[in-house]
Design a protein around this ligand. Structure first.
Ligand code: PMP
Length: 439
């Protein structure tokens, strides 16, 4: 088994600390949640692999936290970006490309009559809340514990993902006057949602949810949860907002709203949807959309203002179109699922062999590994897992050349570029990791 050294990463980390706060441009890239130390500095990436500045190679299961579903530097995506760059990267005027991507999104997600492109998932979510407030003339939102919706003020209240990983339940710098506009209830718990709606109903502009959770591991909604959520929220005159920044185009070509796991799709349609990640093919993007009468709140048609110098830039849009074109290919999703099934079965077998408690939640080609002996269906259960065991597993995998997200809350993502050989090597490394952990 390989054992990697990373002296150059350590040097660069020291240097980065001098210039970039915490040495990283997003806290989830730091190794704080897995025992600290220098993160790995990457040099280049191709397909399912990347190479660090010390020349070590890794099989990538991070996929940049989701967007890289067609692997790194996919030729079709790269060609689209190159073409866009050669034609000028930003006009500040509309293009036909934007219509093309908007059409593709609308075809795949029928609840979106109208779309608006922005630059990140954060912006998309932030704006859906503004639109919902404008539409309902109410101020409060309900969200679910552990669901992460980007870093705008309102949704950082009791947020999961990065913040919970770092043990910061609420960010500093968010005024109490804003925090009191947010009510947080447990995921998969309709009784709590009902109570919150009874208590604050007249003030609730929207209920915001990751319909399939990706931020405290992968968690499916319990049977009837989304139906109940939509029904109760609408009965209260509030809007339903789905944050599908991770879930859209991750499990199948479409969103949760059209996923075969939910046969009664009409009953789970939201009023507004926020998108990001995959729809930009690895370049910065976000989008939001919804029913025509709701979206007509947005400027220049309506009173809710939202704008963006970089929004809908031809490079991001071209990369997004190319990425979705690859994903439209025959058998793309079943193949990722098949590989994920093989991988999770192999990992589970290894954990069992070395008596390491492990719960895997897999949805299509993505899954999460929870070091515990109970199911994980909500944030509390995801927190009640062995952080130290995950950190050890992460380090052993990294040392053998397998790059997982450095947090027990993040998912493993398959891409169109992983192969059976990658999977079998990963299983072997996982067994070796468990063997070392059991010592
Ligand atoms: N919503 C969800 C569900 C996310 O997972 C994320 C990012 N992890 C965001 C919103 C924020 O997206 P971005 O990082 O592009 O701002």
């Amino acid at each position: 088994m390989t054992h990697q050294n990373r002296p150059r990463s350590s040097e660069l980390y020291e240097e980065a600390l001098q210039h970039i706060v915490g040495g990283v441009n997003s806290p989830s890239r730091s190794f704080k949640a897995v025992g600290g130390g220098a993160p790995v500095f990457m040099k280049r990436a191709q397909g399912a692999y990347f190479w660090d500045v010390d020349g070590n190679q890794y099989v990538d299961y991070l996929a940049a936290y989701g967007p890289i579903i067609t692997g790194h530097a996919h030729p079709h995506v790269t060609e689209a970006i190159t073409r866009a760059a050669q034609n000028g990267t930003l006009y500040g005027a509309p293009t036909e490309l934007e219509i093309q991507l908007a059409r593709m999104l609308k075809e795949a997600i029928p609840s979106m009559d109208k779309v608006r492109f922005v630059n990140s998932g954060t912006e998309a979510v932030m704006t859906t809340i503004r639109v919902a407030r404008a539409y309902t003339n109410r101020t409060k939102i309900i969200k679910f514990a552990g669901c992460y919706h980007g870093h705008s003020d309102l949704v950082l209240v009791a947020a999961g993902s990065g913040p919970s990983t770092l043990g910061i339940p609420d960010s500093a710098g968010i005024p109490a006057s804003i925090a009191k506009e947010v009510i947080t209830v447990p995921f998969n718990d309709l009784d709590s949602l009902k109570l919150a709606l009874e208590r604050w109903g007249d003030d609730i502009a929207a209920v915001m949810v990751e319909p399939i959770v990706g931020n405290f591991g992968m968690v499916m909604p319990a049977e009837g949860f989304l139906e109940g959520l939509c029904e109760m929220t609408r009965a209260n005159g509030s809007l339903v907002i789905y944050d599908e920044v991770i879930s859209a185009f991750r499990f199948h070509y479409g969103s949760t709203q059209t996923f075969s796991a939910f046969p009664n799709q009409a009953a789970i349609e939201p009023d507004l949807t926020a998108l990001g990640k995959v729809i930009g093919g690895g370049l910065p993007i976000g989008a939001y959309g919804g029913r025509k009468h709701v979206m007509e709140q947005v400027a220049p048609l309506g009173p809710a203002y939202q704008a963006g110098t970089m929004a809908g830039n031809p490079a991001s849009i071209s990369a997004g179109i190319a990425c979705l074109e690859v994903l439209q290919g025959e058998g793309v999703y079943p193949r990722m699922e098949e590989l994920a099934v093989r991988l999770t079965a192999g990992i589970e077998e290894g954990a069992k062999r070395y008596s390491i408690p492990l719960t895997i939640n897999r949805i299509s080609g993505a899954f999460s590994t929870h070091f515990c002996d109970h199911p994980v269906t909500n944030y509390e259960e995801a927190q009640d897992t062995n952080t130290e065991a995950f950190a050890q597993f992460f380090r052993h995998m990294l040392d053998q050349g397998f790059y997982l997200a450095p947090s027990k809350y993040e998912a493993w993502f398959l891409t169109t570029e992983h192969t059976e050989v990658d999977i079998d090597r990963t299983i072997e490394a996982a067994h070796e990791s468990f063997r070392r952990m059991a010592k």
